[in-house]
Design a protein around this ligand. Structure first.
Ligand code: SAH
Length: 221
């Protein structure tokens, strides 16, 4: 056994079974989401020291002081977003690119933005290597959305704001869904699902989460 309690001689297939089992036991039950998470190998998105923990259900550090989210949280957020095959999706907070890669399996096109250009560059390289041709990664302050591409069918924010940013609400189509963590950055936040109707927005609180903060402006690397 290794230090983390997993057998050293576990095969890739056994590792994948364990990964998917952990997702199901945490409430990720949507078949399309599970298939997408089975196809996208999280091992590509975690580098260096932590690479060997890529298949554990925990957040891990990535470059620029950021984190790749816990797989079960990625699964639950993706499930709540209810992405349809013809959808155009915006993700705010590319990070490692893992969440965007999963969305790429479910949507027609995914735009993902991050304030750190290094993260965008590295994620874009991975999307190319993995042949994920329907993901576009850009450096931008995602709290303003992408006015040139909007409106979006779905928006997923993977950094916590105190309130849903106004530009993102206005870039959501009627009938569209946005999932995002809201709350103070140093406290437990709430994962919120916002649905846009003809006449306004519906808000549903899903669960407690903890994300890095949504920060204004571009990063310095
Ligand atoms: N979805 C990522 C994890 C995101 S971590 C993954 O799958 O790995 C949160 C990310 O949000 C960080 O990379 C951080 O740089 C980014 N971020 C924070 N504030 C931002 C902003 N205003 N605009 C764009 N990205 C932002």
């Amino acid at each position: 056994m290794s230090g983390n309690g997993q057998p050293d001689d576990e095969t890739a297939a056994e590792r994948k079974m364990r990964f998917l089992f952990a997702l199901r036991s945490k409430g990720v039950t949507d078949a399309r989401v599970l298939t997408a998470m089975e196809r996208i190998d999280r091992g590509y998105f975690v580098r260096g020291l932590f690479a060997e923990r890529a298949y554990e259900d925990m957040p891990l550090p990535i470059a620029c002081g950021q984190t790749i989210s816990q797989p079960s949280v990625v699964g639950l957020m993706t499930q709540a977003l209810n992405v349809q095959p013809r959808d155009t999706v915006l993700e705010v907070g590319t990070g490692s690119g893992y969440q965007a890669a999963i969305l790429s399996q479910l949507a027609r096109r995914v735009y993902t933005v991050d304030r750190h250009k290094r993260l965008v560059r590295e994620a874009a390289e991975l999307f190319r290597e993995l042949g994920l041709v329907n993901v576009v990664a850009m450096t931008a302050d995602g709290s303003f959305g992408l006015p040139d591409v909007a409106p979006f069918d779905r928006i997923l924010v993977t950094a916590a704001a105190e309130d849903p940013p106004g530009p993102l609400l206005s870039q959501l189509k009627i009938g569209g869904i946005m999932v995002l963590p809201v709350g103070q950055s140093d406290a437990v936040q709430s994962l919120i699902k916002v649905t846009r109707h003809e006449t306004g927005f519906d808000y549903e609180e899903l669960r407690a989460v903890r994300f890095v903060p949504l920060v204004e402006g571009l990063g310095n690397e």
